[in-house]
Design a protein around this ligand. Structure first.
Ligand SMILES: Nc1ncnc2c1ncn2[C@@H]1O[C@H](COP(=O)(O)OP(=O)(O)O)[C@@H](O)[C@H]1O
Ligand SMILES: [Mg+2]
Length: 285
């Protein structure tokens, strides 16, 4: 049967980078604390081998953003979903794996390891020989904008918040995950550092061409970084809207003062206000 599409570009046959199919998550099932955190969540983030897709997640507190990320990471107790399927690169998630890396908001470095020790930790676990992992580690320290000579031997308590998040990013990216999960990674940083980190992330993301799932409370950050934004609604957590956006083409400070950017940000703010107004109050627990 003719589909009428002959001669057009071939359909993309790659499995999606991340796919949720009718995912529901009920915490504390059968207990008095039972709570429906996600209800029938479906979305597909394609695997774009040419640049990697950047998907931002926005929504009120408690709408299930971290639950979504941790389901992708295969981390308990979010994993496994109560029903539905989560697939990464065509395979159902059965637990954590090297194809996924996660960066959290809190500074999660090992206090007793130096910057270099933290950055190479994953390679050490994989049994990569010392000289090779240290060479790669120093390269990554430089790529995230730290100084391999001055900073490599520092301990986390000697670093600013921005520097610590650079270490966390290096520690994750050195393992070359195909999917990078970031849960409010810049949430604790001051506004200027945050813009610098956004620029750094765009640069690195272009280099590694991985798919990024990025949770943030900042509409500006979500719109600047995202190729698409998933706007979530709450009680129960669900996807309210998927917004496709142009890719970041200018540095953060410049792009975020352009008219199209401000219009998009205002529209999303209005939509979030609607969501917050109609959100049912959380049940007493
Ligand atoms: N382990 C858990 N047990 C019970 N409830 C949980 C658990 N983790 C999260 N929740 C609840 O599920 C909802 C969604 O949580 P979360 O995914 O952390 O939201 P967000 O990251 O959007 O703030 C919240 O109401 C939270 O209290
Ligand atoms: Mg969260």
């Amino acid at each position: 049967m003719s589909t009428g599409t002959e001669g057009t570009a071939p359909a993309v046959c790659l499995p999606a980078a991340v796919e949720f199919r009718n995912v529901t998550k009920l915490y504390g099932r059968g207990t008095p604390r039972e709570y429906l955190a996600l209800s029938d969540v479906s979305f597909t983030i394609p695997d774009r081998t040419d640049h990697g897709e950047f998907a931002s997640f926005l929504g009120p507190s408690g709408c299930g953003k971290s639950t979504v990320l941790r389901l992708v990471a295969g981390l308990e107790p979010q994993h496994p979903p109560t029903s539905g399927t989560v697939t990464v690169l065509g395979r159902e998630v059965v637990g954590p794996g090297a194809d996924r890396g996660m960066v959290f908001q809190d500074y999660t470095s090992f206090d007793n390891r130096t910057v270099l020790g933290n950055v190479v930790f994953g390679l050490e676990c994989r049994g990569v020989p010392r000289s090779q992992r240290e060479a790669e580690g120093l390269d990554w320290i430089e790529r995230v904008g730290l100084d391999p000579v001055q900073d490599a031997d520092k301990y986390p308590h000697e670093l600013s918040g921005g520097m610590r998040q650079r270490v966390a990013i290096a520690r994750t990216l050195i393992l070359r995950p195909r999917v990078i999960l970031m849960d409010e990674p810049f949430g604790a940083l001051d506004p200027a550092t945050r813009l610098d980190m956004q620029d750094l992330l765009v640069k690195l993301w272009r280099e590694v061409q991985a798919t990024v799932l990025f949770v943030t409370h900042s509409v500006e950050e979500a719109v600047y970084l995202g190729d698409r934004v998933y706007l979530m609604d709450t009680t129960p957590g669900r996807i309210a809207e998927e917004i496709i956006l142009p890719a970041a083409s200018a540095p953060a400070r410049e792009a975020q003062s352009e008219p199209w950017f401000n219009e998009q940000v205002m529209r999303i703010h209005e939509r979030i206000e609607q969501i917050e107004v109609t959100a049912k109050p959380l049940p007493q627990r």
